[in-house]
Design a protein around this ligand. Structure first.
Ligand code: ADP
Ligand code: TRP
Length: 321
């Protein structure tokens, strides 16, 4: 089984990225042949600062390796180190109906948020399809917001196979229901673009302040709260705390007697402990950038040789060779 996923270097990674995509991806590296990449070509649809792109790309590499991506088990690389995907993206675009792209939620959401509607933003799902199909991927672990993109990939692959004969493996999205949408500190989906994130490797003071600033309702501590499971701090606590601790806080909130301040303090402490080992590892990696860059070069070499084989198959099937 081949597993593949990517993440854009468009800002500091947060708990939504971690629980929705990175942790499932890291767990899957034990279960098959995993390919994970930093989607730097894709980041060009929303980020135009080259210095920021370089910095974010390195940050994503450090974050992923610190969180447990093991380069002995997974192939880890930068998307643009395999330029073959851009050629495949062209081949795929010739069988991609306009109507399919016009239905993409992410295009509508991004333009509604003010990102300028470039051709690349519109064609984003075609490049993503190329990313997935060029490695004969079977499984794509992502958060729920990427489900439609993987479904579009399936449609595009089926269309190409119909037009030119069996060429591509049809991939499946893999979405963990329990973390499909991690809420941000304002209760909406946690996202870089909503400014509501808790970063995985945030500064201690900044994150403490963000967590203590989560707005709650005005019910008194003594009041029982039958809706404790819907409380944002409880939901986040359950992600970062051992199950007994999360359940205990939820029960105490439900029964009455637990103040929101104490709940938020527990959330901060458990968050801080949850990533303690990864934080140490990240500092070590940051002091050894030659190693980190070597991992990416090595990964690119492996990814590229597979990509070249699959691209050749596609080129032959459509009569370019
Ligand atoms: P953002 O919304 O912050 O820009 P991305 O779109 O770069 O995040 O998402 C990268 C990966 O992380 C995707 O697989 C996405 O599904 C996942 N992800 C992002 N935010 C969340 C969230 N709040 N809950 C679950 N998964 C998420
Ligand atoms: N679109 C994904 C995101 O914004 C990133 C991505 C690019 C990706 N190519 C991919 C994810 C291929 C999975 C597979 O998060």
């Amino acid at each position: 089984m081949r597993i593949l996923s990517g993440i854009q270097p468009s800002g500091a990674l947060h708990l939504g990225n971690y629980f929705g995509m990175m942790r499932p991806a890291i767990e899957l590296q034990e279960k098959g042949e995993a390919f994970y990449f930093i989607a730097d070509y894709h980041s060009m649809t929303s980020l135009t600062d080259p210095v920021a792109r370089r910095k974010n790309t390195l940050d994503v590499a450090l974050d992923f390796l610190a969180c447990g991506l093991d380069p002995k088990k997974s192939v880890f690389f930068k998307q643009s180190d395999v330029p073959e995907v851009t050629e495949l993206s062209w081949l795929l675009s010739t069988v991609t109906p306009m109507g399919l792209l016009e239905r993409a939620h992410s295009y509508k959401d991004k333009t509604a948020k003010g990102i300028s509607p470039s051709h690349a933003l519109f064609a984003y799902p075609v490049l993503m399809a190329a990313d997935i199909l060029i490695y004969d991927s079977n499984v794509v672990p992502v958060g729920r917001d990427q489900k439609q993109h993987v479904e579009m990939t399936r449609d595009i692959a089926i269309k190409f196979n119909e037009a030119y004969g069996q060429t591509f493996v049809i991939p499946e999205p893999q979405i963990r229901d329990e973390v499909a949408v991690v809420p941000g500190i304002d209760g909406q989906k946690m996202s870089k673009s909503y400014g509501n994130t808790i970063e995985i490797f945030g500064d201690e003071k900044v994150i403490r302040k963000k967590i203590m600033g989560i707005v709650m309702d005005s019910r008194q501590p003594a009041e029982p709260k039958p809706d404790a499971d819907k409380n944002l701090a409880v939901q986040l606590l359950k992600l970062v705390a051992p199950a007994e601790v999360g359940n205990d806080f939820e029960n105490r909130l439900r029964a009455g007697g637990l103040g929101y301040g104490d709940l938020k303090k527990a959330l901060f402490e458990n968050y801080w402990n949850y990533f303690a080992d990864a934080r140490k590892k990240r500092a070590e990696l940051a002091a050894n950038l030659d190693y980190v860059n070597g991992v990416l070069v090595d990964g690119a070499n492996k990814a590229r040789s597979l990509a070249q084989k699959v691209l050749k198959r596609a080129r032959i099937n459509c009569g370019l060779e």
